[in-house]
Design a protein around this ligand. Structure first.
Ligand code: PEP
Length: 258
């Protein structure tokens, strides 16, 4: 993971209102400051609910906090009669750097998103942000031994419609579905195998520059207990953290390990 800047991303899912969110950002910023955390060596990003983004923006700008933030989902259209949807431009105007796309919970509960994941990626890139594309097999594919092909296939479903410049801006989160929120973390070897397979496929589809610039995160029951050995793998460039991102002390520990 030497050549790419690590990224530790905290996916809060549907937790924290805007007051809890701003309190958390302040607390995390204090904890990392106390630990003399070097943001130039590792990026930290939080993913609050839409309803908290404006409050987080105001706080981050007023206090010059170096923590980045983004949204958990996005509409594929830019404006119009789409009740309840939020466009990429609206998200970008709130100072967001990233948008999580294709999280397994979105793929499961909002199946209409499946067909248009590539459109979401395009919308995010067009608005000047970076997509964090989530892929990963369920227990069934792992049982059949086809987990690498499955995850690589999910990445390819998106990259076949992108050019080199667009692909180089992707961040991929390899998140085996059986590891999300279960306490069953992938072994460092299997996280590395998946990250390596995805990177090798990017090199084949595009070139070595694209493959070397795309950050590949691991997600699935990451804690401060297992983070060190996972980040030690050469193709693992950081984490997408769910449950453990809801505790500022624990999340700060993971940031320091990365
Ligand atoms: C996630 O939902 O992206 C995730 C990795 O969750 P957890 O860390 O709780 O397994």
């Amino acid at each position: 993971a030497a050549k790419r800047k690590p990224l530790v991303a905290g996916n809060w899912k549907m937790n924290f209102d805007h007051l809890e969110a701003t309190y958390f950002v302040q607390k995390l910023s204090w904890l990392l400051k106390d630990a003399r955390f070097n943001y130039r060596r590792c990026e930290v990003a939080l993913f609050p609910s839409f309803t908290s983004l404006r409050s987080v923006q105001v706080l981050v700008e007023a206090d010059k906090i170096h923590i980045k933030y983004g949204a958990q989902a996005v509409s594929v259209t830019n404006q119009g009669a789409f009740t309840g949807d939020i466009s990429a431009d609206m998200i970008a105007h709130l100072g967001c750097s990233y948008v999580i796309i294709g999280h397994s919970e979105r793929r499961k509960y909002h199946p209409e998103d499946d067909a248009n994941i590539v459109d979401q990626v395009r919308a995010v890139l067009a608005a000047g942000m970076r997509p964090i594309l989530c892929v990963g097999e369920s227990f069934e594919e792992r049982r059949q031994g086809i987990e690498l092909d499955f995850a690589v296939g999910q990445v390819r479903d998106v990259t076949r419609d992108l050019n080199e410049d667009e692909a180089a801006k992707l961040i991929v989160a390899y998140e085996p579905v059986w590891a999300i929120g279960t306490g069953m973390v992938a072994t460092p070897d299997s996280a590395q195998d998946a990250a390596h397979a995805i990177r090798a496929d990017l090199e084949q589809t595009f070139n070595a520059d694209v493959a070397n610039s795309v950050r590949i995160l691991y997600g699935g029951s990451v804690t401060s207990k297992n983070a060190a050995e996972l980040i030690g793998e050469p193709d693992v460039d950081g984490f997408l953290v769910g449950g453990a991102s809801l505790d500022a002390n624990e999340f700060a520990r993971i940031c320091r390990i990365a």
